[in-house]
Design a protein around this ligand. Structure first.
Ligand code: MG
Length: 166
């Protein structure tokens, strides 16, 4: 075993669009509400970006996954704001003596176009994590119309996070 104080984690999440836009369930990505006529089916607010981020952070700290900490069978968590989930995950990291070095996120969506909201999503991520812009990256891509994302069935997100013992 190599004794180092940094840990890497990866997170992936996907949520399916509901058949019709539900104004009570606006599209939330990275804690930012996009002005787009899409809703995601989820026990929570369906923020795939924050879910992938939480899983990357939990993975890096060897703390399992978001489903263990926030089971979708828990009726008390129905409709939970994913910013609250991230807050809890950040607390768990802090309790473990960890701080975030950097995060790199890739959101995968055919629709809607994410680039117009990229800066708002980045600002939101920095605000929520307390990281400066030099430590947070958010990329957006399509799947060139292939597969479930290409068929406009939902949105996916990957995240890699590096954390270190502080
Ligand atoms: Mg999720």
């Amino acid at each position: 075993m190599i004794n180092t104080n940094i840990r890497i984690g990866h997170g992936f999440d996907v949520h399916k669009f509901s058949a019709e836009f539900d104004p009570k369930k606006p599209l939330m990505l990275a804690g930012f509400q996009l002005d787009e006529p899409y809703s995601l089916i989820a026990h929570s607010d369906g923020d795939v970006v924050l879910h992938a981020l939480c899983d990357a952070l939990l993975g890096a700290a060897a703390l399992g996954d978001i489903g263990q900490h926030f089971p979708d069978t828990d009726t008390n968590l129905a409709g939970i704001d994913s910013k609250e989930i991230l807050k809890s995950v950040l607390n768990l990291l802090e309790d473990g003596g960890f701080g975030i070095v950097n995060i790199d996120i890739t959101a995968v969506a055919q629709v809607p176009k994410l680039s117009p909201s990229r800066v708002d999503m980045l600002d939101s991520l920095c605000r929520l994590t307390g990281l400066d812009r030099g430590r947070v990256n958010l990329k957006a891509t399509t799947t060139e119309r292939m597969g479930y994302i290409g068929r406009e069935e939902g949105i996916a997100c990957h995240c890699v996070a590096l954390i270190g013992l502080v």
